[in-house]
Design a protein around this ligand. Structure first.
Ligand SMILES: [Fe+2]
Length: 220
């Protein structure tokens, strides 16, 4: 754990230490998921840790680093294992805030610090062969109470939407496994049966600039 800096809370260093050790022992994703769910539970119930983390953000402390680019704007990277074996991320959800329906590049465990976090899981109905088209059906929906977690899988096996149906603010933690090499996740528009790419803001700006350049200089 030499790469972990001194300003990361001891509780997070300890969790990441046991995940690194266990994940190096076996490559079975379901074992990793079971271990992550078990390890996260104690952290999720530690309210004083999250009070400290929120205070650190407000004070502009170096950890957690809210300047670091992430895919979603409510996401804060807490730890990235140097070999990309896993990452630990915190999300803060305002009242009524939800993700779009999306897939994942790795397995993931999603747990909540505060009551009520909603998870809606979908199954893919079409065969995925038609570019930009996707037909989904809702499989299940449930709410998590503090300390509880759910899990997801990569690509079409892990399509869901998550968010905050309450009037309060919700804090969640996600632990994601080693990602497949794909510079985006897939988003889904249920009404129009459309699939689209969700990229990081930095990548999106570069992509839009490339598209704009084509518009400005169509014959170049
Ligand atoms: Fe997700």
């Amino acid at each position: 754990m030499g790469s972990l800096k001194g300003d990361i809370p001891e509780e997070i260093i300890s969790l990441c230490g046991s995940c690194t050790e266990a994940f190096n022992r076996t490559t079975d994703p379901d074992s990793h998921i079971a271990l992550a769910r078990h390890a996260l539970r104690g952290l999720l119930l530690d309210r004083t840790l999250f009070v400290r983390l929120m205070e650190s953000i407000l004070e502009g402390a170096s950890f957690p680093d809210i300047q670091r680019p992430t895919l979603f704007d409510n996401e804060i990277l807490l730890y990235q294992e140097p070999d990309r074996l896993y990452s630990l991320r915190m999300y803060i959800w305002g009242p009524g805030e939800y993700t779009p329906v999306h897939d994942h590049n790795s397995w993931g465990v999603i747990g909540t610090v505060t009551d009520g976090f909603e998870v809606v899981n979908y199954s893919r109905v079409d065969d995925g062969k038609l570019e930009g088209y996707a037909e989904l059906s809702e499989r299940e929906r449930f709410n998590l109470e503090a300390g509880e977690s759910a899990h997801t899988y990569p690509l079409d096996d892990g399509i869901h939407m998550t968010g905050n149906p309450t009037l309060g603010t919700i804090i969640t933690l996600s632990l994601y496994g080693k990602p497949v090499a794909r510079p985006y996740i897939q988003g889904f528009d249920l009404v129009h049966r459309r699939a689209f790419r969700i990229t990081s803001p930095r990548r999106k700006k570069a992509h839009l600039a490339a598209q704009a350049l084509q518009t400005l200089t169509p014959h170049a």
